[in-house]
Design a protein around this ligand. Structure first.
Ligand code: SF4
Length: 332
C-alpha cells in the first residue's frame, strides 16, 4: 500500500478544556442515552442500562500493545489498545464475545484510564487505540483530557464496528486522529440476522462518510506509522454473506480509489456462529482471493490483505492474563 506520507505533520488538536467540554456533552448524550443509533433513552448516568448493558463507569478488559493490527497502526511497538467491555451490536461470530457480550472487564475511572494510556505510551506503542468505546464516550474523553495534560502525544485511533451516530462522531472531531471503522454488511437483512442491527447498512455508511470528512485519507509519517486518516475494515464472511462486492462498489462510488481499505480474512466460526450453518466454517482461500482481486480490478491500491493461512493469529482469550498468545513477545 502507498498512503500519503508527510515528514512534518502537526495535528490540530483540541485543548484540554475543549476536550472536557466534549466529555460533558457526551455525558449529556447518555442521559437519556442516545450515544449510538440504538437510542435506548435510558438514564445511563443514574445507572440504568440499555441495549449495550454498559453502566455509568467505563469498563475495560485489557490495555496492551497489540501486534496484530494493520502495519501503520502496529509499527514496532504495537498499537496501544484499550479493549472496552460491552457493545451496541450482537455479532454471533464476535471474536471478542467474552467482553462484548459477556462480563469480562473492570471499571476504570478517567484518571486510571489516563494512566493506562500513558503506560502504553511509555511502552513505546505507536498510538492509543480504544476498541469499541462509543458507549463510554464521556469517560474516554475525560481520560484523554487528563492524559494529554500529562504528556500524551500519541495519535488516537478510534476502532469501531461502524454502528455510530453522527451526533457522537461530531464530539470526536478534532480529537480522533485515525478512524478504523468496519463496514460489515451490505444487506440489512443479513445485519439483523448476524448482528441484530436492522439499520446497519445506511447507518454505518453515513458514519464512515462523516469520519472521512473529519480526517481524510490515511497519512503516515516517515516511519510508516499512521498519524491521521481513515482505514475501512471489511471482514469477509463465508458464502459472501458480508456482501463484499456491494461494499467495495459503494466505497468506489463515494470515495476516491486512494482510500485505504483493510480486507480481512480472519473470520473464525466462533461463539454462536454454529447456529447458522452457512457461516459455520472459515472463509476459503478462493472466496477471499476473489474479494482481493475485485478490489484490485476496481482500482483500489491502498489495500491491506491478510494471509488466510494465519487466521488464528488475532483471536484473544480475555479470561487469560495475557489474552493474545503472542503477548509479551511480538510475533515475527
Ligand atoms: S450506548 Fe448503549 S444504552 Fe446508549 S443508546 Fe447505545 S446501546 Fe443504548
Amino acid at each position: 500500500m502507498r498512503p500519503d506520507s508527510q515528514l512534518f505533520y502537526r495535528p490540530t488538536r483540541l485543548s484540554e478544556k475543549e476536550i472536557l467540554e466534549r466529555a460533558r456533552e457526551a455525558r449529556r448524550l447518555s442521559s437519556p442515552c442516545r450515544l449510538c443509533p440504538r437510542r435506548c433513552r435510558v438514564d445511563r448516568v443514574s445507572g440504568e442500562k440499555g441495549y449495550c448493558g454498559a453502566g455509568p463507569v467505563p469498563t475495560i478488559a485489557a490495555a496492551l500493545p497489540h501486534f496484530g493490527e494493520e502495519p501503520p497502526l502496529t509499527g514496532s511497538g504495537g498499537a496501544g489498545t484499550l479493549f472496552f467491555s460491552r457493545c451496541n451490536m450482537r455479532c454471533v461470530y464476535c471474536q471478542n464475545h467474552q467482553i462484548s457480550q459477556g462480563f469480562v472487564g473492570y471499571e476504570v475511572s478517567p484518571a486510571l484510564l489516563a494512566r493506562e494510556m500513558l503506560a502504553l505510551q511509555d511502552a513505546r506503542c505507536s498510538n492509543i487505540e480504544p476498541v469499541s468505546p462509543g458507549h463510554h464516550l464521556s469517560g474516554l474523553l475525560a481520560a484523554l483530557a487528563i492524559a494529554r495534560r500529562k504528556g500524551l502525544t500519541l495519535p488516537v485511533v478510534y476502532n469501531t464496528n461502524g454502528y455510530e451516530s453522527l451526533e457522537t462522531l461530531d464530539l470526536l472531531d478534532g480529537i480522533v486522529d485515525v478512524y478504523l471503522p468496519d463496514l460489515k454488511y451490505a444487506s440489512n437483512e443479513i445485519a439483523l440476522r448476524y448482528s441484530d442491527a436492522a439499520d446497519y447498512v445506511e447507518t454505518a455508511r453515513e458514519a464512515v462518510l462523516a469520519m472521512r470528512r473529519q480526517v481524510g485519507n490515511l497519512v503516515v509519517d516517515m516511519r510508516g506509522l499512521a498519524i491521521k486518516g481513515l482505514i475501512i475494515r471489511h471482514l469477509t464472511l463465508p458464502g459472501n454473506a458480508a456482501g463484499s462486492e456491494e461494499t467495495l462498489a459503494w466505497i468506489g462510488e463515494h470515495m476516491p480509489r486512494t482510500v485505504t481499505i483493510s480486507l480481512m480474512a480472519q473470520y473464525s466460526p466462533l461463539y454462536r456462529s454454529n447456529r447458522h450453518a452457512e457461516i459455520n466454517r472459515r472463509v476459503s482461500e478462493d472466496e477471499y482471493d476473489r474479494v482481493v482481486d475485485l478490489a484490485w480490478r476496481m482500482g483500489f491500491r491502498n489495500v491491506f490483505v491478510q494471509d488466510p493461512a494465519s487466521q488464528e493469529v488475532g483471536i484473544p482469550d480475555f479470561e487469560q492474563e495475557a489474552p493474545f498468545h503472542w503477548q509479551g513477545e511480538p510475533p515475527n
